[in-house]
Design a protein around this ligand. Structure first.
Ligand code: FES
Ligand SMILES: [Fe+2]
Length: 439
């Protein structure tokens, strides 16, 4: 249980707040690079700041405050230039560093021009994703986490903009037991109402959490598993502060994939949830070029046309749980039990790291040493419990089913599970799940 003040301290991310300061020490994903292919500007709202991502005529990206410092018109309607962007209203030109380059219709006055700067933030690309850094300069390194830099992968990114604070989404990742119920018994109950009997829930014998350089690993021992299992021994990480990396692959090196859930605080009451999956193609498989040369972007819905939550898949179930806690979960009325020890630990680590930032230190996982600017292999299960009933079966029970390239990916990894429709288009065969999945 937290007081209202403690809840505010942990949830508020707007400029000047302690959590906002902590979040600003990390590069945050804002879009897939492919989303800038056919546009010149894109609105970005991040940590309560309204920004515009733009491309100049040399195809270089910039991220500046949305409102023009002259008389506040939006740069989302700006005109790209060789070295920056012009405001559509009176043509004042700015570069990606926020410097004013030109003020047409004004007498040439370098002092005035220099005074009129705008907020600007660095942007970097990694793995076909764009990341922004809103903190104090110099910016730290953008850590090269394994799945973003693995060469030759098939990459896709699902997106959902959720009407909730980011913290309750992250707390779910420190809560292994929910999978037994939300993705297990609750799903069984839904099936029961359709007259289908399934038993997919797996009981947690014990859970554990450990800190490592870049965050916290989460471990579970399920009934029937040995203490040697990957789920217990290795677990999978919460990359501090707001990314979950899920277990990858089914034990077969030829069918590995990397999977990240990135919970980007748009503001105190909105979270942009990004699922980034990178599939390593089987060694001898022929991969069509169109699958490889871009990040495939798709929307992940959480409500159906009647306005009800979509709970027929794991991620829909999670979104129902996050959103139904309220816009900002009222932690003054919660009652934590012993199975919430991961949640309690995460809150302690957040407070500790906020304090470091206040004291002028770098928080957990911030990298500056150029010697360490190389691939970082995260601890992660290889033989993951949730893959035990097959690649396609699991894929169909997640956000990935909404991806336009899902049938192509199943075709590569689990070809028996695809069929062709009358037009010869690849389709997925639906299946009944055999086990609950485990995020
Ligand atoms: S409002 Fe932007 S140039 Fe005038
Ligand atoms: Fe979940």
């Amino acid at each position: 249980m937290l007081t209202a003040e403690q809840n505010d301290l942990l949830t508020q991310v707007t400029p000047g707040t302690p959590m906002g300061n902590l979040m600003r020490r990390y590069w945050q994903p804002i879009a897939a690079a492919s989303e800038m292919d056919h546009v010149w500007t894109r609105r970005v709202r991040l940590l309560g700041e309204d920004l515009v991502l733009f491309k100049d005529r040399q195809n270089r990206l910039g991220l500046i405050k949305e409102q023009c410092p002259h008389r506040r018109v939006s740069f989302a309607h700006g005109i790209p230039t060789q070295n920056g962007i012009r405001c559509p209203y009176h043509g004042w030109e700015f570069n990606a560093k926020g410097k004013c380059l030109e003020q047409p219709n004004e007498p040439d006055n370098p002092a005035f021009r220099e005074k009129v700067t705008t907020d600007a933030y660095p942007v970097q690309e990694m793995g076909g994703m764009l990341f922004a850094y809103l903190g104090p300069l110099p910016a730290p390194l953008l850590p090269k986490f394994d799945g973003f830099v693995e060469p030759g992968t098939i990459r896709m990114m699902g997106r959902s903009v959720l009407p909730v604070n980011w913290l309750q989404v992250m707390e779910n990742s420190l809560d292994p037991v929910h999978t037994e119920w939300l993705h297990g018994h609750h799903y069984e109950f839904l099936q029961e109402q359709q007259g289908i009997k399934v038993a997919i829930s797996a009981h947690h014998e014990k859970i554990d959490f450990k800190e490592f350089e870049f965050g916290i690993t989460k471990h579970r021992l399920l009934t029937g598993q040995s203490e040697d299992s990957d789920d217990w021994r290795t677990g999978h990480p919460i990359i501090f502060p707001n990314i979950l990396a899920v277990g990858n692959g089914n034990g077969d090196e030829a069918a590995r994939y990397y999977s990240f859930q990135m919970r980007v605080p748009v503001d105190n009451e909105t979270t942009m949830h990004l699922w980034y999956n990178a599939y390593v193609p089987p060694k001898n498989g022929e991969v069509p070029a169109h699958l490889l040369n871009t990040v495939h972007v798709y929307d992940v819905p959480f409500k159906d046309e009647k306005g009800e939550f979509i709970v027929d898949n794991v991620d829909g179930q999670d979104m129902m749980a996050w959103i139904s806690q309220g816009t900002i979960a009222n932690r003054a009325t919660e009652n934590l039990g012993s199975s919430d020890k991961g949640v309690a630990m995460y809150r302690r680590v957040l407070k500790r790291e906020m304090k470091k930032v206040e004291q002028g230190e770098d928080p957990m996982g911030v990298l500056r040493d150029p010697q360490r600017d190389h691939r970082i292999d995260l601890p992660n299960e290889k033989k993951k419990h949730h893959n035990s009933d097959g690649f396609a079966s699991f894929l169909l029970r997640t956000h990935a089913k909404y991806s336009q390239v899902a049938p192509d990916i199943v075709m590569l990894f689990d070809p028996d599970r695809v069929q062709f429709d009358a037009q010869g288009k690849v389709q997925l065969r639906t299946m009944k799940p055999a086990t609950a999945s485990m995020y």
